[in-house]
Write a new protein. Structure first.
Ligand code: PMP
Length: 361
């Protein structure tokens, strides 16, 4: 071992050395159907107007640390109750990190269902917290009794639930989230990254549950490149979380662009509608494919499905060779064995994916 390696080994915290970091696949020339992005770029005429808006930005100045103008529009678009407060982040990933930093931290426990969003574990490890996973029920909903028992045993400081859940795609039962929130003294974070594609939201119940923090993101509705995440919660939580936020965490280009996009939200809404239409078609076509064993119900902009007889690793490689990048979930959790996750693309992209998949035998 070189001197430097020994030094790195000595000083980097052991739990970080053991951590498997979040990996982003290199798409090369393939169509990206692996990361729940919107397949549609910003339309041409609006692009010019947006570029004009950007040309007025003073890049020599720091951005507004409070994202005041953007928050006003977000509040309106998300119909945030007047007595709830907002905190914006560099994607909701940053907000998860911030919550853990302020509330979980060293020696405390973070809990989440399994399988769920991979970053809950990664960020819990970064914040020095214990991480407890509770398997989802057979229907991929919450196993409420098991989660409540775990609350009693581990007293989690923070419990994450993604509604709808990634990587399964299904929505959760709002009454069960409420019951979970009532049975823990800690915080419950309801992560609504896929709110735009879901049948329900916890937002109308937020004020009934002072220990719930709600997360949303603009990443799944056509603005993944901006990195804007939104936390909605009681002002007392936000006041404390604000102390952990780096002062200029959302850049000026992101603030101005997100505000512009939300002011033209009918464009976003149309794209969401098209995704919903394509999601139904894709699910229907997948259900009829001989290589597909099961299609999980989706309230998101992706579909998770299990293959029959053919190993997911082979299907993944075959799809990539045919120019389509999806996500293999095989090996990530026993409930996802031999499963792939595909993001809903444009009709052409989806046809390419379906054509490539049907070529498997
Ligand atoms: N929560 C969930 C459930 C997600 O699936 C994702 C993205 N994959 C995120 C949060 C993070 O989104 P972002 O950081 O882009 O806002």
């Amino acid at each position: 071992m070189s001197e430097l390696s020994a030094q790195v080994r000595r000083w980097v915290r052991p739990e970080i050395q053991d951590l498997v970091g979040y990996k982003v696949a290199d798409p090369g020339d393939a169509i990206k159907l692996d990361a729940m992005e919107s397949p549609w770029p910003w339309p041409g005429d609006l692009r010019d107007e947006w570029l004009n808006r950007l040309s007025e930005v003073a890049l020599n100045r720091y951005p507004d640390p409070n994202c005041g103008d953007l928050k006003k529009v977000v509040r309106e678009v998300f119909e945030v109750p007047a007595c709830a407060e907002l905190l914006l982040g560099n994607g909701s990933d940053e907000l998860i990190q911030l919550i853990n930093l302020a509330i979980a931290g060293h020696g405390r426990t973070v809990m989440a269902p399994a399988p769920s969003f991979a970053m809950y574990r990664v960020i819990a490890t970064l914040s020095g917290s214990e991480f407890v996973e509770i398997d989802l029920a057979d229907d991929y909903g919450l196993d409420l009794a098991a989660m409540q028992a775990a609350v009693g045993k581990h007293q989690p400081a923070v419990t994450y639930v993604a509604h709808p859940n990634n990587p399964t795609g299904n929505g959760l039962d709002l009454d069960e989230i409420s019951s979970l929130a009532l049975s823990t003294e800690g915080v419950v974070v309801v992560d609504e990254a896929y709110y735009a594609y879901a049948d329900s939201s916890f937002l109308p119940r937020l004020l009934d549950h002072p220990n719930v923090l709600l997360l949303r993101t603009l990443s799944k509705v056509g603005l993944a490149g901006l990195r804007v995440g939104v936390l909605i919660a009681h002002p007392e939580w936000v006041e404390q979380l604000e102390k952990c936020r780096l002062p200029y965490n959302v850049g000026v280009l992101a603030q101005v662009s997100a505000k512009f996009a939300l002011e033209h939200r009918q464009q976003l809404d149309e794209a969401i509608k098209r995704v919903l239409g394509e999601r139904s078609r894709l699910a229907e076509e997948l259900r009829h494919m001989p290589v597909v064993e099961r299609v999980l119900p989706s309230e998101t902009n992706f579909i998770t499905f299990r293959l029959k007889a053919i190993p997911a690793s082979r299907a993944y490689k075959h799809l990539l060779a045919e120019g389509v990048l999806v996500k293999s979930l095989d090996g990530s959790h026993p409930r996802l064995s031999n499963c792939l996750r595909v993001t809903v693309g444009t009709p052409q992209e989806n046809d390419l994916f379906l054509g490539a998949l049907s070529g498997l035998s």
